[in-house]
Design a protein around this ligand. Sequence first.
Ligand SMILES: [Zn+2]
Length: 44
Amino acid sequence: MPDDERPPICARCGVTMVPAALSADEAHGGDWVCLECEELDEDE
Ligand SMILES: [Zn+2]
């Protein structure tokens, strides 16, 4: 089983992030999004 499919944890609220594809906004395919913050995990 691939070990890189584990969802990251939101650095802001600490909840498990979900694939952006599951969010209402599908414009960010392949990225993770926090349903609490509704923001992408972008550090840069
Ligand atoms: Zn969050």
